[in-house]
Ligand binder design. Structure first.
Ligand code: ZN
Length: 478
């Protein structure tokens, strides 16, 4: 497939695409209208520096093909003098499904106006002609925040040259991403390996029903790029792990921990402290939440308080305990506020205290935090071997694989066939385990964590499979 972007000084028609196996074709034609902002228009002219417009136009179509999985795309833009009703631009896209075709067509026309250097001069019934549609400048976009003495032009420039990574595009991440991009942060990264699920839409306000089933990082980046084309939005559509963390975090000035669950929070803490990137951490539980800022080597970190992470499952998550959207929304917004304060050096961010808020009665508490010189992450302490391991890390251990689920669970979901399971149901657990390293697995990783901890007390080299076998199946690991 070769995308086609062309300029024409003759009348144009929508290009014809021939992707025989496409599920949806969408054509858009923009025509010259007879008024603009209350002024009667009698005609207009388009001018372009052809070479530049063609290369930008082609780049835009190629990007749309990648972003929406298009099967074909073409666009033709008129140049020279046009009359009322003349076609000014025609876009055609073909996609596997009509939904991608509609979204792609809208994306191309919106981005075309922002990015492709084609200038429009309108001729009015009364008064002189005028150039219109010139992209707004930073001073147009951010006038209201530049007016603040704490921001000013220098502060806005600092935001524009900053790079912030949001890990987790969920209830916390969605509002945080919106406020960061709206404030004009130069580069916003989104790291999330999940897909949009309808049961999370009540708090994930960047997504709606049409996005259910799509990769969160990709669809969030498409939405933010359309809303804020001057912000560079980078999608990392993977779950953060020990293996990929340093590569993903590299290059960012600041990280927002918008993850759910203790494991990812400790992982992010350890990697941010390890590479020296400040981060804003928040977590919510039902109607309550807490937020804190960690600046490596200056403030306390998560492990100063909890040297080893409690296992997932000992504190309820949103799926099990329930949550209202606004609790996540409030804390995600507070994370964006702390991020902007840190980038601009405004006020006193939560570097020395953890702020706890209960939305039921708006009670707030600030708990003072102290650095622990013996902290295993930011102090002199040694990091305990983690009890939980990811699938890939576990494979590298060359261990014996012990399944402690009950026979009825095994019958319903045998689990990956790429390892040899030793079935030891917990209800009839009799010890009798092989020598060497052991990886213990159950359905979700809760029972196995208990067994692994018990075996460690007996001096065994034991690990618990994080997220359990159901977690693997959900992520379609072999
Ligand atoms: Zn620490």
């Amino acid at each position: 497939m070769s995308v086609r972007f062309s300029l024409s000084r003759e009348p144009i028609l929508a290009p014809v695409l021939s992707a025989a196996d496409a599920g949806g074709f969408v054509d858009f034609v923009g025509r010259v209208r007879n008024s603009n902002e209350g002024k009667a228009v009698v005609g207009l002219e388009y001018e372009a520096y052809d070479e530049l417009a063609l290369s930008e136009g082609r780049a835009l179509l190629e990007e749309a093909v990648r972003r929406f999985g298009l099967m074909d795309a073409a666009c033709v833009h008129r140049l020279g003098p046009l009359k009322i009703g003349d076609a000014a631009v025609a876009i055609s896209v073909a996609a596997p499904h009509r939904r991608q075709a509609f979204a792609a067509c809208e994306y191309v026309i919106d981005q075309l106006k922002q990015r492709v250097p084609i200038w429009k001069k309108e001729h009015y019934a009364e008064g002189p002609s005028d150039w219109v549609g010139i992209s707004p400048t930073p001073s147009d976009l951010y006038r209201r925040q530049i007016t603040l003495p704490e921001v000013g032009c220098a502060g806005q420039e600092r935001l524009g040259s900053s790079k912030v990574l949001v890990v987790g595009a969920g209830g916390l991440g969605c509002p945080a991403l919106l406020y960061l991009a709206a404030a004009g942060v130069g580069q916003v990264g989104i790291c999330d390996g999940d897909k949009v699920d309808c049961s999370n839409l009540h708090r994930e306000i960047l997504f709606g029903l049409p996005e259910v089933g799509q990769a969160k990082a990709i669809t969030a980046s498409a939405t933010l790029s359309r809303m804020y084309p001057h912000v560079k939005v980078v999608a990392h559509p993977v779950r953060l792990t020990h293996e990929n963390a340093d590569e993903i975090l590299g290059g960012y000035d600041l990280v927002l921990d918008c993850t759910e669950g203790l494991r990812p929070k400790f992982l992010l803490n350890d990697r941010c402290v390890g590479v020296g990137i400040p981060f804003v951490q928040a977590s919510i539980h039902q109607f309550e939440g807490q937020i804190q800022v960690v600046i490596p080597a200056l403030t306390s970190c998560l492990r100063c308080l909890f040297p080893s992470p409690p296992t997932d499952g000992c504190v309820g998550n949103c799926a099990e305990s329930g949550v209202l959207g606004f609790t996540a929304g409030l804390f995600g917004t507070m994370q964006a506020a702390e991020a902007v304060k840190l980038l601009l050096g405004i006020g006193r961010p939560l570097t020395e205290e953890t702020l706890l808020v209960d939305l039921r009665d708006w009670s707030t508490i600030k708990v003072r935090r102290e650095r622990d010189p013996g902290c295993p992450a930011c102090g002199s302490g040694n990091m305990e071997r983690p009890l939980e391991v990811e699938w890939r890390e576990a494979l590298a251990l060359n261990a014996n694989w012990i399944d402690v689920r009950e026979p009825v669970e095994v019958a319903a979901e045998p689990g990956p066939t790429s390892v040899d399971w030793i079935r030891k149901p917990l209800s009839t657990f009799d010890g009798g385990l092989p020598a060497g390293t052991l990886v213990i697995a159950c359905a979700h990783g809760v029972r196995s964590a208990g067994v692994a901890a018990m075996l460690r007390q007996q001096g065994r080299e034991a690990y618990s499979l994080a997220g359990g076998i159901d977690g693997l199946v959900d992520r379609t690991v072999p």
